[in-house]
Design a protein around this ligand. Structure first.
Ligand code: CAP
Ligand code: MG
Length: 415
């Protein structure tokens, strides 16, 4: 592979304006680490499988360079920022997360994380609200924000769905959330759902005096997402929800732009991520997805739970929680969402590990409560209070009969 050696330069000192990607790679049989690393840098920048007669010094100058290789197969590649189009996330992914995953030169390759230079970071909008902006919507500052998806996840009529939303909010939750595969099906049309759910929202706000909001799933073809975003705004809601990976980065960027004008926050669901994040040897990490989503500008993003129903290792969840809250200058932080198989018995450890600045999303863990949704929501609120105050769940259950019933059904995680 004569085209690739020139892309390794272990003496290269990256400039402040380079984008640096860290990969873990395993060369294919018979391929040296150096050639495999060069192949990654080459194929993702100006190179190809052979030397080129069309190569010119001004092009060679802007190539990516692998400048670090360690024994575990971790390599770091520096990309001059001129290789990228500002504010164009699909282009960045096509470069650093494109052809390289299929190269025969590597047996497996995983994109772990990216250090983004300020010039690229600042070419994106970033979150409109961030953690403080979300908390200001609810004026809730001393505990995690709470959300629940009506379950069964699809199939409910609009009226059934809205009634469940009412119960969720009356149980004390801040947010009702659509499920990722609920959009506008025959049994529950989007517009009807907005109208009926917002009526319930207004009713609960009047009855309780508390601020409530709705993570309504607008995921669809891009123009349709824009129409739905506007419709949601016209009914006075604060959020839209997007399935960011199935809608795609271009769609998300367009929605983010529209939300800037309309003043809406974005809740990001990550359905599909595990197709390429779960195999720790190949694909791209959830951290890379999270960095991408943060730059484009989602306000809330699912990060996993460690202890729930979906695979999400502790190091990964902790890493995501930290990465979304790092100081990135003018790019605001993102509120991490813990979701998937949660119930009251699992919440104190989550709060202990990740802190109060998270959204706790509980679907089955409230709608499966023996006394119903509202009691389930109350049990969650009691468990969260216990977690925040450092009280044990059996102690807290003495004051909350709903929590006592939940613990009896699902047990609890001892910290
Ligand atoms: C959770 C959920 C979410 C997952 C997504 C579901 O419901 O609504 O989509 O949490 O995974 O459909 O499974 P339950 P992640 O509360 O009933 O489990 O947050 O890991 O992206
Ligand atoms: Mg779901």
């Amino acid at each position: 592979m004569p085209g690739y050696e020139g892309f390794v330069d272990l003496k290269y000192k990256p400039s402040e304006d380079d984008l640096i990607a860290t990969f873990t790679i395993k060369p294919a049989k018979g391929v040296s680490m150096k050639i495999a690393a060069g192949a990654v840098a080459g194929e993702s920048s100006v190179g190809t499988w052979t030397e080129l007669k069309t190569m010119r010094p001004h092009i060679d100058k802007i190539k990516a360079r692998c400048f670090e290789i360690d024994k575990e197969g971790k390599i770091r590649v520096a990309y001059p920022s001129i290789l990228f189009e500002q504010g164009n996330m699909p282009q960045i992914w096509s470069s650093i997360a494109g052809n390289i995953f299929g190269m025969k030169a590597v047996k497996n390759i995983r994109l772990e994380t990216v250090d983004w230079p300020k010039s690229i970071r600042d070419s994106f909008l970033g979150p409109k609200f961030g953690i403080k902006g979300v908390r200001d919507i609810f004026k809730v500052y001393d505990r995690p924000i709470t959300a629940s998806v009506p379950k069964p996840k699809i199939g409910m009529t609009t009226a059934e769905h809205a009634k469940t939303a009412y119960e969720i909010w009356m149980g004390g939750f801040d947010l009702v959330k659509d499920d990722e595969n609920l959009s506008s099906q025959g049994f529950n049309h989007f517009k009807d759902r907005v109208i009926e759910t917002m009526k319930m929202r207004d009713k609960v706000e009047q009855e309780t005096g508390e601020k409530k909001s709705y993570l309504i799933n607008i995921t669809a073809e891009t123009k349709e997402m824009l129409a739905r975003t506007k419709f949601v705004r016209d009914f006075g809601n604060e959020y839209v929800m997007v399935d960011i990976l199935t809608a795609g980065w271009a769609g998300l960027q367009t929605v983010r732009d529209e939300c800037d004008d309309l003043g809406l926050a974005i809740h990001a669901h990550r359905a599909f991520h595990a197709a390429f994040t779960r195999n720790k040897k190949h694909g791209a990490s959830m951290k890379f997805v999270a960095e991408t989503a943060r730059l484009i500008g989602v306000d809330q993003l699912h990060i996993g739970t460690v202890i729930g129903k979906l695979e999400s290792p502790k190091e990964e969840v902790f890493g995501l929680n930290g990465r979304l809250k790092e100081n990135w200058g003018k790019i605001k932080d993102v509120l991490p969402v813990c979701s998937g198989g949660l119930h009251p018995g699992l919440l104190p450890p989550l709060i202990k590990w990740l802190g109060k600045d998270i959204v706790i999303q509980v679907g089955g863990g409230i709608h499966g409560h023996p006394q119903g949704t509202r009691a389930g929501a109350k049990a969650v609120m009691a468990a969260i209070q216990a977690g925040v105050e450092g009280e044990s769940l059996p102690e807290a259950a003495k004051r909350s009969k709903e929590l006592a019933v939940a613990i009896k059904k699902w047990g609890y995680y001892k910290i």
